[in-house]
Design a protein around this ligand. Structure first.
Ligand code: AMP
Ligand code: GLY
Length: 411
């Protein structure tokens, strides 16, 4: 389910799985159409999804984005006896409600920023007194990454609260450190680390400018050392899986922990209940073995082996339409993808693309996710940017510095 670069990567890997007979994408995109039959239904309509799955005798539904999960697609599928990789609507609150997650962290003693929940502008303004500056203001609920203000001054914090107005809000302590993402497979009981990655959320080079859905990623993220990853699993992810099961809302699917690596160890910034995009594009090419069988086992709570990951490094560079994350430029033509994919180790996943008069054109903010695997981060980077050189998309732009923190460390 889905139509972005993340779903293109998932479909690509599912299609390579020995256990995958047929693959259907809903609604898909022209990139996904290379591996799957695309069917134009609304992924957020649980009945339409289950009807399609029944009609086509589908064994496993893999949900890419959060919206269908929040709409209850996994619940409806499981109630109909169809395995679904993705949490119930109740468990999806880990992403959908920041207040829910903060309260769970407090109950389970999971390391995270100190916080207060408020539900009016006045209460939020008076709660500010309890925090030092910088401080972080978050609107509750799904906001596509746009509900968070890291306020560097008291005035900025007050302005963010006034702009949000009355409504549920979380105010929290500012955490200092480097961010990394940890992806874990959770089958309702067990949580197993899958891979780490580092995203680049700001639109501009050097991590400047407004936040986006993500402009590039690489995996693994060595800043999350094996010791820190083990600690994050033990102190953050595993207690979360237990707390969700104990509450009668077991989590099933991939749990994405956004971590701040502070001087006191990893702390949870937020959870997402799905793969990250573009982190997924960088992680999936590293997963060895039968991917469809792995997701099916997780979805149905069967025993599954710890997935094997290739020791290679993968980098994904997003090409977005000029104007993103604001209103993207008019849809321009895209050429050169075949030449780009001739660069060794490169796959160009598609996000906001569509076909117009037999030509591939841009139709969204993030358009392409150029992904390269290499023996080192440097090799993956060189391959990804060599591929981008082959792509002819004059309405697009990309960051030239994906991986810069790690590349600086290893140079
Ligand atoms: P979120 O939507 O919660 O992931 O927040 C978006 C971004 O805001 C994160 O990726 C961080 O860069 C930043 N952020 C969120 N919470 C904090 C915090 N408590 N301290 C520092 N930065 C934060
Ligand atoms: N790349 C960040 C996200 O998927 O939320």
């Amino acid at each position: 389910m889905g139509s972005g670069g993340r779903e293109d990567a998932l479909a690509w890997r599912l299609k390579q799985s020995p256990s995958c007979g047929a693959l259907i994408a809903a609604p898909g995109n022209p990139g996904i159409a290379r591996w799957a039959e695309c069917v134009a239904i609304d992924p957020c309509d649980p009945r339409a999804v289950v009807d399609l799955a029944r009609e086509r005798a589908i064994d496993l539904i893999v949900v890419g984005p959060e919206a269908p999960l929040v709409a209850g697609v996994a619940d409806t599928a499981r109630a109909a006896g169809i395995a679904a990789f993705g949490p119930s609507a109740a468990a999806a609150q880990l992403e959908g409600s920041k207040g829910f997650t903060k309260d769970l962290c407090a109950r389970a003693a999971i390391p995270t920023a100190a916080y207060v929940r408020t539900d009016s502008e006045a209460a939020a303004l008076s709660a500010l007194d309890r925090f030092s500056i910088p401080v972080v203001i978050k609107a509750d609920g799904l906001a596509a990454g746009k509900g968070v203000t890291v306020a560097m001054t008291r005035e900025e914090a007050e302005a963010a609260i006034r702009a949000a107005g009355d409504g549920p809000m979380v105010i929290e302590e500012y955490l200092e450190g480097e961010e990394a993402s940890l992806f874990a497979l959770v089958d309702g009981k067990r949580a197993i680390a899958l891979a780490s990655a580092q995203d680049h959320k700001r639109v501009g080079e050097g991590d400047t400018g407004p936040n986006t859905g993500g402009m590039g990623a690489y995996s693994p993220a060595p800043v999350l050392t094996p010791e820190l990853q083990e600690r994050a699993m033990r102190e953050i992810v595993e207690p979360t899986a237990r707390a969700m099961a104990d509450a009668g809302t077991p989590f099933n699917g991939v749990l994405y922990a956004g971590l701040m690596l502070t001087a006191d160890g990893p702390k949870l910034i937020e959870y997402n209940v799905r793969f990250g995009d573009p982190e997924c594009e960088a992680i999936v090419p590293r997963i060895e073995g039968d991917f469809a069988a792995l997701l099916h086992a997780v979805a149905s709570g069967e025993e599954f082996e710890t997935p094997r990951l290739s020791p290679s490094t993968t980098m994904t560079v997003i090409i977005a339409a000029r104007g993103y994350p604001g209103t993207p430029a008019a849809a321009g033509a895209i050429d050169g993808l075949a030449a780009a994919e001739e660069v060794p180790g490169v796959t160009v996943f598609q996000a906001g693309t569509s076909m117009k008069d037999g030509r591939l054109v841009a139709s969204g903010g993030r358009v392409l996710a150029v992904t390269a695997i290499g023996r080192s981060l440097g090799e993956a980077r060189d391959r990804a940017y060599a591929a981008i050189n082959e792509i002819d998309f004059s309405d697009g732009f990309h960051r030239r510095d994906i991986g810069w923190r790690e590349l600086e460390r290893i140079s």
